[in-house]
Design a binder for this molecule. Structure first.
Ligand code: BES
Ligand code: MN
Ligand code: ZN
Length: 508
């Protein structure tokens, strides 16, 4: 998708389709009989007489209310140069932010795609946090919306929107908005890169192939990339990682991507560690057949790190970042580990394997510890780690755990910018009691209750006092339903927040 910016009067823009957002300005009346029947008061997000005139009938007929992500299309809108006008609802005026602008832009693209409309022009909304914020978010939203997961369908039609134009008010200084647009592009494309990886089935994306894809990306954007196989993993005594990998005929890969920009301070060094299970059968503690096909997305955390590293290489923040992905299959076989086995992690901690399906924490234990040996001062991991996190938070929020308030502040700041939804879950010492073993230091599962937190405290054993965040994206990495702004399938959750998290350390 090409993106371009112009500063012009919307009425004069010659385009296949001009896109403008509408907000509902009505406020719920306090008390009274008709408190739930307030009439919507739709208004466009820009004050423009020509646009207002063009949508007047849509508004008076009630076809446009401002309700979030409703769409209405006009052909040959009166008084405008555009061939069509698409009005997209963006919700209540009071709560309008870049997050809604992102989704509204996405809804527009997804409305245009099936109509084979190849280009459109977005009118930049007036946003409290500024036009740059709006432009960045809209470009991100448009790119993310353009992605469909139908890679291997023979009847796949290329209905991609080829070009979007962002229309800033006539006379605005374009250089800052150009920059915001370029950033939005990098971020949106990186999120889609992650989604492509997550979408691949395990026969088409083995750990070796995931490593190769990461390497290819690194070469393209100028990152150092190192790929390590079984020998190196064993040589480094990554006994937890290897215990998962040993059961598979596919070789594991330890993927290390380094971003060390000139002029960056010695510290911090951020370590981004991702779970890259290209297929999780559960191992000897095998999963039921029903729904097992979905476990191809068990590398979504690792893919998020690869996508984030791509964006970081292109956005060039002055902060050192190391991306690490522990990639392997989790398979049952004659070589597979068994419940009751004891493994020694790279850190030296001994682990009693209770359930071979709790493999994500095993590979991350060594990944996180390894990041510390590389000099990382701050750690963040992402993993489709537990079904328990899905039980706790459903599909609406991903889980976040933190052992450090300052690092957590950086993350909440990042969420402000990314628009992604995470909910903090507890990491108290009490959960550790659930994973104490009589034969080893810890067990890899902690029983039925609090499963997301027992997994998190397991990881905490390997980060020690290093400031660390753990993102459990099991419920959010794969979307079961189409949304008006994003296709069902791989969501790319985490990518945007990771990018913003890294950027929040610039100059700190
Ligand atoms: N990859 C799964 C977690 C998962 C579940 C991801 C649902 C996406 C959707 C993980 O490896 C796993 O199997 N976890 C087990 C842990 C249990 C054995 C302690 C789980 O959550 O059931
Ligand atoms: Mn598992
Ligand atoms: Zn798993």
């Amino acid at each position: 998708m090409d993106t371009r910016l112009i500063a012009a009067n919307p009425a004069g823009v010659d385009t296949e389709c001009l896109v403008v957002f509408a907000l509902d300005h009505s406020v719920k009346s306090q008390g009274g009989d008709n408190k739930n029947k307030e009439k919507p008061e739709p208004r466009l997000t820009v004050k423009d007489a020509a646009l207002e005139k063009a949508v007047a009938d849509l508004v008076s007929s009630g076809e446009i209310t401002g309700k979030a992500f409703e769409t209405a299309m006009l052909h040959r809108p009166q008084g405008l140069n555009a061939k069509r006008l698409l009005v997209v609802g963006a919700g209540k005026a009071k709560s309008f932010s870049h997050a809604e602008a992102r989704k509204a832009a996405g809804s527009a693209v997804r409305a245009l795609k099936p109509k084979a409309i190849k280009s459109c022009a977005f009118v930049v909304p007036e946003l409290a946090s500024g036009a740059e914020d709006a432009v960045r978010a809209m470009v991100e939203g448009a790119l993310v919306a353009d992605f469909d997961p139908d890679t291997y369908r023979s009847d796949r039609k290329d209905q991609s929107v080829r070009e979007i134009t962002v229309v800033a008010p006539a006379g605005t200084d374009q250089s800052k908005l150009q920059n915001a647009m370029a950033q939005g592009r990098v971020i949106g494309e990186s999120q889609n890169f992650t989604r492509e990886l997550v979408n691949e089935p395990s026969n088409r994306l083995t750990p070796t192939m995931l490593g190769d894809r990461a390497k290819k990306m690194c070469d393209a954007v100028g990152l150092k990339c190192e790929l390590m196989g079984p020998d190196k993993i064993k040589e480094m005594k990554m006994g937890a990682f290897w215990s998962v990998a040993q059961g598979s005929d596919e070789e594991p890969r330890l993927i290390v991507m380094r971003y060390e920009p000139q002029g960056a301070p010695e510290k911090p060094v951020l370590g981004l560690v991702g779970k890259g299970i290209t297929f999780d059968t559960g191992g000897i503690s095998i999963k039921p057949a029903d729904g097992m096909e979905k476990m191809k997305y068990d590398m979504a955390g690792g893919a998020a790190m690869i996508g984030a590293m791509r964006a970081i290489a292109l956005l060039k923040p002055k902060v050192k970042v190391i991306g690490i992905v522990c990639a392997t299959e989790n398979m049952p076989s004659g070589k597979a580990q068994k419940p009751g086995d004891v493994q020694i992690a790279m850190s030296g901690k001994s682990i009693e394997i209770i359930n071979t399906d709790a493999e994500g924490r095993l590979v991350l234990a060594d990944g996180l510890y390894y990041a510390r040996t590389l000099g990382c001062t701050h750690l963040i991991d992402a993993a489709t780690l537990t079904g328990a996190c899905v039980v706790a938070l459903g599909y609406a929020n991903a889980g976040v755990f933190a052992n450090d308030e300052d690092a957590y502040q950086h993350f909440t700041q990042a969420l402000q910018r990314s628009g992604e939804k995470f909910w903090r879950l507890p990491l108290d010492q009490e959960y550790l009691d659930q994973i104490r073993s009589s034969i080893a230091d810890i067990m890899n599962t902690g029983g039925r209750w609090g499963g997301a937190s027992t997994a998190a405290v397991f990881l905490k054993e390997f980060v020690d006092d290093t400031p660390w965040l753990h993102l459990d994206i099991a419920g959010t990495a794969w979307m079961e339903e189409n949304k008006s702004w994003i296709a069902k399938g791989p969501s790319g959750i985490g990518v945007r927040s990771l990018i913003e998290f890294v950027r929040s350390f610039e100059g700190k």
